[in-house]
Design a protein around this ligand. Structure first.
Ligand code: BGC
Length: 769
């Protein structure tokens, strides 16, 4: 099953040997990003083989007109797309009159890619024999600066091996790009201005409809053996959306020639004049120079790793897996800007349209809370607060709800829904629950209550109102029911009483009710402001409570499990182990109706409820529900294995927990789902982090304290991680015999290990057997 061409290494992702068939997959795996922009690992020089070109800018999107076979009321008019941005990395290269193209060379040897995660750079090297007989060695390093986050830099080095060479470097910027997933094959960029001065060039373009203005820039220097030749371009070729300069050099056999290209974007989200901003950014980058920019990059990543690294001893593949996940999460989102979020594909591909799913609240927030300052998680919550009005509008205009009920979109860029399949857009309403849960989780973890009176309570009220209106009273059951939904398991649509949805609906109402009482006592002026703003009467609260107190939960007394939905037991319950492996993945092998009728589960559903609300259930209940539902789960969502890994660990099923861990952490590296060429699964990578910290480490927060119940897979010698808990940094080192805790902070930290209180004092390691 494994793709298996990535070399195991503790700190790097390495590919050796050129295989045209894996180019698209490697373009995903070797992607780079700095939170503000990112790009697939496309080659700089031209390439005529199969490739998927992609560069992306955080927060820049395009509303593509929705295309469906049969229009249904309530569909959004457009589907926001993560936009393929102008290409600034391109450098066409001519050597002794022949265009360099790895797909057309007589021979390519010693091909190697390395993504150095420790230092944050990407390198590619190879030797090529060209049709004209020239042999060359190529070595290219590229990174997107974390410190100057509008800037990327490429050092493209060529050494002629068997003769002197005339090299023509032709660096370019191209805004004539398209999206592979465009609905109507339209162009999304309107070129505005092309400009050049000296070694600098600029293409300013704006997105149609959304009018984001972007100046894409480049500055080029040609060097020989590391010495800047101060060459000026021989000429510039311009069209309305592309500019290409060219530099000619004669390079002696064995001499190193290189072009250093600074490039990147300045965007109207951050600047009023993007062109002057670009000119300034180039000056800042030049003032630093390549070596200093690289050193800053190494330092910036060292700082990120200092807090977020997880070490694993004795299992290189597991180590590489977790670091790849942590690296990608940090490449995608650094938490500096509350307008941004964590797209399921990050900056590695187009699939999934918009950038924000329930993935952020359900899977990503724990990682960002524990490895960054609490401001970062607060920014993620604020993102939803800023979209509250749109969520209310969405519920009202599209779906007929009223009086401030909010339904957050399943997928969004700017607060508007941008998913257009009825069974998801209209029915996968559980996403509202995760958004409320994240508010609870943030307070539970950080102890920062201020978010709730300032912003969170309004979001909670909008969500509670939605659930109150969405449920209806069933005379037959004498209880409230929620009909026609899709749960987290997308392999069942339009079902009634999805246990998870009903449970989180009730919980949202109860939690909101409690917070209204708490804010009224502790923050009376905020309470007054909010209640007046949202016009909430006591009578409405009593109506909510009626729904919450009388919610129906489907259950099988005989099996002792909650039912995923009313009709689950009517299915032909053949467990996955008895399913012919040739039939999998079922979403690629079966017709949709067959998938829907089957008992097979895409991802944790009832078990997602047990994950969020573990303390509401007994271990025995967890065991029964886990064993029942896992046996039907095909884990065809990247979000699935992590939750199962955590629960398997809690149930002492360590072999299972470890298998799920490998699957979640190496999902992309080993291409389990045979789709990595479309991009990496970024949001589930936070789930991988959870499966170590919450799964094996057993970390929970209860009553303002961190709890641990450390376990270790037999395949590992030891592992360690750090948690930023309320400003104190706790380091946890676990091996087969003991767990060591130390605190980097100023105060004692009382934690609970296997149900016993342990006091950890600053700089004093405490060991628990
Ligand atoms: C999953 C959803 C998830 C989405 C984006 C789907 O395959 O079923 O739960 O939100 O991917 O990651």
């Amino acid at each position: 099953m494994n793709q298996d061409y990535i070399k195991p290494d503790n700190w790097s992702i390495i590919e050796e040997g050129f295989d045209a068939e894996s180019v698209k997959s490697s373009e995903s795996l070797f992607s780079i990003g700095n939170g503000a922009m990112g790009q697939r690992a496309n080659f700089e020089e031209s390439y005529t083989g199969k490739t998927f070109q992609g560069s992306y800018i955080a927060g820049i999107y395009y509303p593509d007109k929705t295309k469906v076979g049969w229009w249904k009321n309530g569909y959004p008019e457009y589907f926001a797309k993560v936009l393929n941005a102008p290409n600034w990395i391109g450098i066409d290269i001519e050597i002794n009159g022949e265009n360099l193209d790895m797909n057309a060379c007589t021979e390519v040897t010693d091909f190697r890619r390395e993504l150095n995660m420790k230092e944050g750079w990407y390198n590619r090297s190879f030797n090529a024999k060209m049709k004209n007989g020239t042999e060359i060695a190529v070595n290219v390093t590229r990174f997107l600066s974390i410190t100057l986050d509008e800037v990327g830099i490429i050092n493209y080095e060529i050494t002629p091996l068997n003769k002197d060479a005339k090299i023509v470097y032709k660096p370019y910027i191209d805004a004539g790009v398209t999206n592979e997933d465009a609905n109507w094959d339209e162009k999304f960029w309107e070129p505005l201005e092309v400009k050049h001065t000296g070694n600098e060039a600029f293409v300013t373009a704006q997105t149609f409809k959304t009018h984001f203005k972007v100046t894409t820039f480049m500055q080029n220097s040609v060097l020989e053996n590391g010495r800047n030749l101060n060459l000026s371009p021989a000429n510039f070729d311009t069209t309305t959306d592309k500019i290409q300069s060219s530099y000619d050099v004669i390079v002696g056999q064995g001499k190193k020639s290189s072009i250093q290209k600074i490039g990147g974007y300045t965007v109207s989200l951050n600047h009023t004049n993007t062109l002057t901003a670009a000119e300034k950014v180039i000056q800042s980058a030049l003032a630093k120079g390549y070596d200093q920019l690289l050193q800053d990059q190494i330092d910036a990543w060292a700082k990120i790793w200092e807090m977020s690294d997880i070490t694993i001893d004795g299992d290189v593949k597991a180590q590489q897996g977790i670091r790849f996940n942590i690296f990608q999460l940090n490449q995608t989102y650094l938490g500096k800007d509350s307008r941004l979020n964590i797209g399921p594909k990050g900056f590695t591909g187009e699939k999934y349209g918009g950038s924000t799913y329930w993935d952020t609240e359900a899977y990503c927030i724990p990682f960002y809370m524990a490895t960054k300052d609490q401001e970062v998680a607060r920014n993620l919550l604020t993102y939803r607060y800023n979209h509250l009005e749109k969520a209310i509008e969405n519920a009202e205009k599209n779906l007929g709800f009223k009086d401030g009920a909010a339904l957050y979109p399943m997928v969004t860029m700017n607060g508007e829904e941008c998913h257009n399949e009825w069974e998801i857009t209209h029915e996968e309403i559980h996403r509202n629950g995760a958004i409320a849960f994240a508010i609870f989780n943030y307070y539970r973890f950080t102890g920062d209550y201020s978010y709730i009176p300032e912003k969170g309570l309004e979001v909670l009220i909008g969500i509670a109102r939605f659930w109150h209106q969405r449920a209806n009273f069933s005379k037959d059951k004498n209880q409230y029911v929620i009909l026609g939904v899709t749960g987290p398991n997308e392999y069942e649509n339009n079902i009634n009483n999805n246990f998870y949805t009903n449970y989180i609906a009730k919980w949202c109402i109860d939690y909101t009710y409690e917070q209204i009482q708490k804010v009224s006592l502790e923050f009376p002026s905020d309470h007054k402001r909010i209640i007046e703003k949202v016009k909430l009467a006591e009578t409405e609260l009593q109506e909510w409570k009626k729904v919450a107190d009388n919610m129906y939960f489907p259950k099988s007394e005989e099996l002792g499990v909650y039912l995923q939905q009313d009709g689950f037991l009517d299915k032909d319950l053949v467990p996955v182990k008895d399913l012919d492996p040739a039939q999998r993945p079922i979403n690629q092998k079966w017709s949709w109706d067959r998938v829907l009728r089957s008992p097979y589960i895409k991802q944790a559903d009832v078990l997602q409820c047990f994950y969020f609300f573990e303390e509401h259930f007994t271990k025995e209940e967890l065991k029964r529900n886990f064993e029942f539902y896992e046996s039907f789960t095909v884990h065809e969502s990247s979000l699935s294995p992590c939750v199962h890994s955590i629960q398997a660990a809690a149930l002492d099923k360590m072999d299972m927990a470890y298998t799920f861990y490998l699957r979640t952490s190496r999902l992309d590296l080993d291409d389990y789902n045979k789709e990595v060429e479309e991009g990496c699964h970024i949001t589930s990578m936070a789930g991988t982090w959870m499966s170590i910290v919450e799964g094996f480490g057993g970390m929970r927060v209860k009553n303002n304290k961190l709890h641990f119940s450390p376990k270790i897979p037999k395949e590992w010698k030891a592992y360690s991680f750090k948690i930023n808990f309320r400003g104190q940094i706790l380091k946890v080192d676990i091996n087969h015999y003991e767990t060591a805790f130390s605190v980097d902070g100023t105060e004692d930290l009382t934690i609970v290990v296997n149900n016993n209180a342990v006091v950890v004092s600053p700089y004093n390691t405490v060991t628990v057997k």
